[in-house]
Design a protein around this ligand. Structure first.
Ligand SMILES: [Zn+2]
Length: 467
């Protein structure tokens, strides 16, 4: 599999000679900060160079104008947790209506058949879905490396290269098979030396540092019930040696609490502490079942939580304590998770789900549509350790999602930003990543979607065969 070489340090491609593009006078704009941008914003090269206040003009001449009067502008949405390969097993009959552990045990043997061309198609399809929903940065947690797929991260980098979304690819791992008392079948686990060697290889090969990074790598043992404590410790040491982040699933279900108490003698967060995993370089998927002391500890450590509303609802896992976590100092971001537990990859739809699930825990004036938008943008950026995205401001990357309110579902709406969330937007009209348009008029510019869908469906049939 060929791959695109990448430099390890990423500099902004914005130069003073690049054309200046004015996204002019949007219908509404959510910047994620207090600045007035009602007149739009100016993009030059890969970055935003100027926000324009209401009834104002750019400070200098512009080369192009993009009329945004029909558009609601958001910072590109940031997905903080996903499993792109699972797009191949959506709505899979044997796994329907099951709790997390039996759901996993049903699907592991199917996933063990994953082949390179399956992962390639699944990666492209999931990222395409995300881009069309206004998502510009995609974190993926890939932890399946069966015999045929030892270069899974390389395949994902190559598959994603033509689409233009920013990537946070997490090199996952499973080392605790059924023979060692874990959940996954033996054919899906790797030995720990192999895992660590490949982790170091993909960091060296693909991880970019700094503003404007297009590809980043993190290390991500799958969960407490699929790796050993030693691999958790060794992964943390390796990640810190190279300055990359750490990620895992934690506190998703009460079954997990029971498993950790039974096999490790500790609650999940105490276990993380025992393997050197508390710190601001760590983000956790789900983070539902923390008690008050654990919430405070997560805040003291400035850790991040990938809040996954749809997945948590489908698997009946529970509701993340977003307000208590944020009050304690935890960064909360948003994620579609899945795709076999969502079963979609739609970030703007997930913003609505976040608002709705939080209204089951908190009062209507305690969590608003603006909170949900903030989680999907600035909150997610912080979860991924980035300060160059997640906000519309001068100096930030020009990652912008533009939605129209032309569909029937929006007719009669009076507040455009609230309408986007509450009336249930499904698809962006235009999406820019680093100053490059990737979606226009609701269509991906760099992909034949029909051909991809055919290829993906064929691969999905293949992985499901013999089930
Ligand atoms: Zn997950």
């Amino acid at each position: 599999m060929t791959t695109t070489p990448s430099s390890r340090s990423c500099q902004s491609s914005s130069t003073s000679t690049a054309p200046r593009l004015w996204l002019k006078q949007p219908l509404a704009i959510f910047t994620g900060n207090q600045q007035d941008a009602r007149g739009g914003l100016v993009v030059q090269g890969s970055t935003i160079v100027e926000l324009i206040a209401a009834d104002s003009q750019p400070t200098g001449p512009v080369d192009q104008i993009w009329d945004a009067r029909r558009h609601v502008l958001l910072p590109g949405l940031i997905n903080t947790h996903h499993h792109l390969y699972q797009t191949l097993t959506r709505a899979f009959p044997p796994a329907l209506n099951k709790r997390l552990f039996p759901w996993l045990q049903t699907l592991y043997p199917v996933w063990a058949r994953l082949q390179p061309q399956m992962l390639h198609a699944a990666t492209q399809l999931g990222i395409a879905e995300l881009l069309l929903s206004g998502c510009t940065t995609v974190a993926d947690h890939h932890y399946l490396f069966p015999q045929a797929l030892t270069e899974a991260i390389d395949i994902q980098v190559e598959a994603a290269s033509s689409l233009g979304a920013r990537l946070m690819l997490t090199r996952g791992s499973m080392s605790l098979g059924q023979e060692q008392g874990g959940l996954p079948p033996q054919t899906t686990v790797q030995d720990e030396d192999t895992i660590l060697a490949d982790s170091e290889r993909v960091i060296k090969r693909y991880h970019q540092h700094g503003a404007g990074s297009q590809v980043q790598i993190a290390l991500a043992p799958c969960s407490p019930f699929s790796v050993t404590p030693q691999l958790m410790k060794d992964s943390a040491a390796l990640a810190r040696q190279y300055g990359v982040r750490l990620h895992t699933h934690l506190a998703e279900t009460l079954d997990e609490d029971a498993f950790c108490l039974r096999t490790l003698g500790k609650r999940p967060l105490d276990y993380l502490a025992s393997v050197d995993w508390l710190g601001e370089d760590v983000w956790l998927a789900h983070g539902i079942h923390f008690n008050d002391e654990e919430v405070q500890e997560l805040g003291r450590q400035r850790m991040g939580i990938a809040h996954c509303p749809s997945s948590n609802m489908i698997l009946a896992s529970g509701i993340c304590r977003t307000r208590e976590l944020e009050a304690a100092g935890v960064h909360v971001g948003l994620a579609v998770d899945g795709s076999a537990s969502n079963d979609g990859s739609n970030m703007i739809a997930e913003v609505r789900q976040a608002l709705l699930i939080n209204r089951l825990r908190y009062q209507a004036d305690e969590v608003t549509h603006l909170d949900a938008l903030r989680w999907a943008t600035q909150g997610s950026a912080r979860v991924l350790g980035r300060d160059d995205i997640g906000e519309l401001a001068a100096g930030k990357q020009a990652d912008v999602a533009c939605f129209t309110l032309d569909e029937l579902r929006f007719s009669g709406a009076h507040d455009p930003l609230a309408a986007l969330v509450i009336c249930g937007a499904q698809q962006a009209d235009a999406v820019m990543v680093g100053g490059q348009w990737r979606v226009q008029q609701g269509q991906l510019l760099d992909l034949d979607v029909t051909a991809l869908r055919q290829r993906h469906q064929q691969q999905a049939r293949l992985i499901a065969q013999a089930s």
